[in-house]
Ligand binder design. Sequence first.
Ligand SMILES: [Zn+2]
Ligand SMILES: [Zn+2]
Length: 162
Amino acid sequence: MKIYRTELDIGLNEKTFMVDPQTIELDNRFSKAECILSSDKISSGYKVYGSINSTTSLKCDRCLIIFENEFQSKISVILTNDKELIKESTSDVVSFLHSDEFTDLSNILRESILIEQPFKKLCKNECKGLCVVCGIDLNNKICSCKKPHSVSGLSDLEDLIN
Ligand SMILES: [Zn+2]
Ligand SMILES: [Zn+2]
């Protein structure tokens, strides 16, 4: 995703950028990435910051349905021609020379989105999951299976760990 110097000179004020997730190399589980960005001038360049709202399809760890998940990531980047600042570079400092007409924030956007991906994927916090015996979705139906003791003990343990 490119941001042009001309835009930065005017200043971004919560401008919305609709980004096709595949153009920033996110896989096709991602269906939306919307950035709302603002910018400030700083002595050696610009500061660009804001939020990203993205949508993914995830598979629930417990009941295995596919569900849509929306989440928000933060982004804050310094675009600078200050070589010292670039040398000490962490990922949120980007080289932006006087001769550069634009900068490409695709990599930073992708990283900001991926870092917010939930480790545990649940369609809802109280998802009851599937019956370990008959496989029925316990969110919709109750079955009469007797769960083997060891298995329910194990799933209690798993809940504790998770
Ligand atoms: Zn579920
Ligand atoms: Zn069952």
